[in-house]
Design a binder for this molecule. Sequence first.
Ligand code: ZN
Length: 332
Amino acid sequence: MVQTLQISEFSLASIPPASKWQGWIHLGELPAGEQVRWPVLVVRGRRPGKVLLATAGTHGDEYEGMAAIHQFYRQLKVDELSGTLLAIPMLNPPAVTGGTRDGVWDHRNLSRVFPGDPKGLFTERIAAIYATHILPLADLAIDFHAAGTGAHLRPFLGTYIGDSPVVETQRQAVIAFGAEVIWATGYLPGRIMGAIYDAQVPGMYAEATGNRLCRPQDVEHYVQGLGNLMRFLGNLPGNYPTDPPRFYREDSSGRAGHVQSQHRAQRGGLFHPEVKLWDRVEVGQLLGYVHDPFGNVLEEICAELSGRLIVLRVCPRILPGEFAATIVPFEE
Ligand SMILES: [Zn+2]
């Protein structure tokens, strides 16, 4: 039977070297007594080394990272490994159960409530346990995401830049992952990436196609990236990428990194794109139309800047104020 531990009972040192461990960490109970628990996976190598923390399911409708963590855990060989993989593939269990971005009971977005509150709503408690007990164990942290329900996203790797002493290590780690697209932005409060940054742990988040898909090529890319991060840490033998990819941008301006803040519909309706994901577009170019219930054009949504379409709405329904697309101004 798989053990359930209180967070105070969990320690990496209690897991023997050269072994794999699966267990639950108890997070709390619901009113009818159901336990809410994190599934936790640990692989300890034969030799000492660094700790890579990998998490997914921060948003419950993003599956690529969950599948990648499961696959990476299965395939890691303890005899080849130094150091430790610490992985939580379903960081927000109430959201995973609901198949929703936010927790089903308190309707909170885990990546907007950091650093959390140990006496707060359930999602805030999860954030606090992660920030207080899990993050300090890490030498490097990655949180896996994907486009949410109704949108597609060109896979990329994101991180925060600023004056943290770990920024240069983090920059090298982000490149080491091996993503084709890297978008480093300024600090946004409340995000899990903000908690990682505040803890001065080199960290990053990854984005995949999403829309509740779990495309094998996206999962494979994440698995390869985890291997590269282990090589970067010196925990596995072999090489990893050291040169920035062609699409590499660092941008600390205010709204950068906030993928839902551009190209918002003024009036709700059905969005019909006139462009494709990852198209190069110029400022002012028509991105798509919003149609009313009769099929008439309510509004045209045009590019607010020039660059690449990194996110595009694929489910036509759009509410007033919802985003239609996100453009990153890569210089090409
Ligand atoms: Zn997400």
